[in-house]
Design a protein. Structure first.
Length: 485
């Protein structure tokens, strides 16, 4: 026998599986094309082989991530940031690596690892400059709803000795791309700071990085990193959340910052040490900045930031549209940073089937000939965002099956462009009470005619549509559905 407790348990388990299933479709890509394993760096989630003495990450980590459980250790994979990857898998995300030789593109269908297939792109301390085409791809990725995680290191940290270190590489991308200079309002400073512990963090209870899914961030430690200068005049959304000790919460000395751009989001972190979990290539000097440093706050911070980048936004307004009985169309506004689909449960109401990013849903509806109002329920869905429910509520027709059973009066012409008449048959001499209503039931006007056999009306100043005309006389009633065209 299944008890109520068992039913609740099964339902909770089913909802959890649905949640995990949805998140499993959200893919996060870690870059390995920019010499992220040069020298003592090992900023990859897993590598089975080496190349020229350095770890050489492959696309899919092994063993397979489908076997990861809540008790799986980060040593399941071999990489300096394997903890980052394992923790994301435990949260239901799918992770991959863009290996050496992979292409950073956006909108290139022939590239199976094109950025359009991922929600977040993580680049941890790049040591090779982005090409012009790659810069454009990164900008298009963010513009169209992607999340870019930018991790830098300190000044003069050129690990592969090619003349460019990560602060310079990130600034070069943001200042000389083909879309917009300083698009995120973030510039990495050419500094080398070793702060030790900082608790200079603003109290922001609703901030997604400081108070996210993984918990509240209260401290951080930089071991040879840098800061950022923020420029709100370039991007008003830019926001610093971790600062050097003694600094004001302003536009300088930010250690962690984030912003939105287009439909997408970016996060900047000024040191790679917090990402390091102390494992990986045994030839490198690695340290556990993930959970040992800052009492585990780095894990909270970086995971909160990644989850924020991966979270889709979907808002549809208004929640209801009330429409007239006649056929027509109405619209809803969509604010989103991802692709979405739309469906109606009513055959009489046809909606825009899908869209990407901000847009408009058009709902076209047929005339309601029934005496009851009706409702079309419309669902708008996006992966990683709560489904939005909106409704089109259409007024009832005021004309019943007993319409005009009393034939003492005539209304013509119908349809009309504005002017119409009501006339009585020969011999009718009673006073008339005439009421004109919109199809929604709202009163347009009412008249009283003293024994006149004919009455003329003009609705040309009113919106086109269906109007209800009622005539009451001598205890009898005539009702017409008048079409104003």
């Amino acid at each position: 026998m299944i008890t109520n407790f068992s039913r609740r348990t099964l339902l909770a388990a089913a909802l959890l599986l649905i949640s995990i299933s949805l998140q499993a479709q959200i893919k996060i890509l870690f870059d390995a094309t920019k010499a992220e394993t040069a020298s003592n760096a090992d900023w990859i989630i897993d590598a089975d082989n080496s190349l020229s003495g350095e770890a050489n990450a492959q696309r899919f980590a092994t063993p397979d991530q489908s076997l990861v459980t809540q008790s799986t250790l980060e040593s399941y994979w071999k990489g300096g940031i394997s903890s980052w990857g394992i923790d994301l898998v435990k949260k239901g995300y799918w992770v991959e690596t863009l290996p050496i030789g992979g292409k950073i593109t956006y909108g290139t269908a022939s590239n199976v690892q094109d950025l359009s297939n991922y929600k977040v792109f993580v680049v941890c301390e790049p040591n090779i400059l982005f090409t012009a085409a790659e810069k454009t791809a990164l900008m298009q990725f963010v513009q169209n709803g992607g999340g870019l995680f930018m991790v830098s290191d300190h000044d003069i940290s050129d690990r592969n000795n090619d003349g460019a270190d990560s602060p310079f590489i990130w600034n070069d991308f943001m200042s000389t791309n083909s879309v917009k200079a300083n698009p995120f309002g973030i510039t990495f400073d050419y500094e080398d700071i070793r702060e030790g512990l900082t608790t200079n963090i603003p109290i922001l209870p609703n901030d997604p990085l400081l108070n996210g899914v993984m918990g509240t961030v209260t401290q951080a430690e930089w071991f040879n990193g840098t800061t950022m200068t923020l420029t709100p005049t370039s991007n008003s959304s830019v926001k610093g959340v971790v600062y050097r000790p003694g600094s004001a919460f302003g536009n300088t000395n930010a250690m962690v910052a984030y912003a939105t751009y287009g439909n997408g989001k970016v996060v900047g972190v000024g040191d790679s040490s917090p990402c390091d979990d102390g494992s990986g290539d045994t030839n490198d000097n690695l340290y556990d900045g993930w959970v040992t440093d800052a009492s585990g706050n780095h894990r909270k911070l970086i995971m909160n930031a990644t989850i924020w980048l991966a979270t889709s936004t979907l808002t549809v307004t208004p929640s209801n549209q009330n429409v007239m009985v006649s056929a027509g169309s109405t619209t809803f506004d969509v604010i989103s940073n991802t692709s979405w689909t739309c469906s109606s449960d009513a055959s009489w109401c046809v909606v825009t089937p899908s869209g990407n990013g901000n847009g408009t849903i058009s709902a076209s509806y047929l005339e309601n000939t029934a005496a009851l109002s009706r409702t079309a329920t419309i669902l708008v869905s996006a992966i990683g965002a709560p489904t939005q429910t909106i409704k089109v509520v259409q007024s009832a027709s005021f004309v019943s099956i007993e319409e005009n059973t009393q034939n003492s009066y005539l209304l013509f012409p119908n349809p009309t462009s504005g002017v119409f008449k009501i006339t009585g048959n020969a011999g009718t001499s009673d006073d008339m009470n005439i009421t004109i209503l919109e199809s929604s039931g709202r009163l347009v006007n009412s008249y009283h005619s003293n024994s006149k056999p004919e009455y003329t009306f003009d609705l040309s100043a009113y919106p086109k549509g269906i109007y209800i005309v009622k005539v009451e006389t001598g205890g009898k009633q005539n009702t017409w559905k008048l079409s104003l065209q």
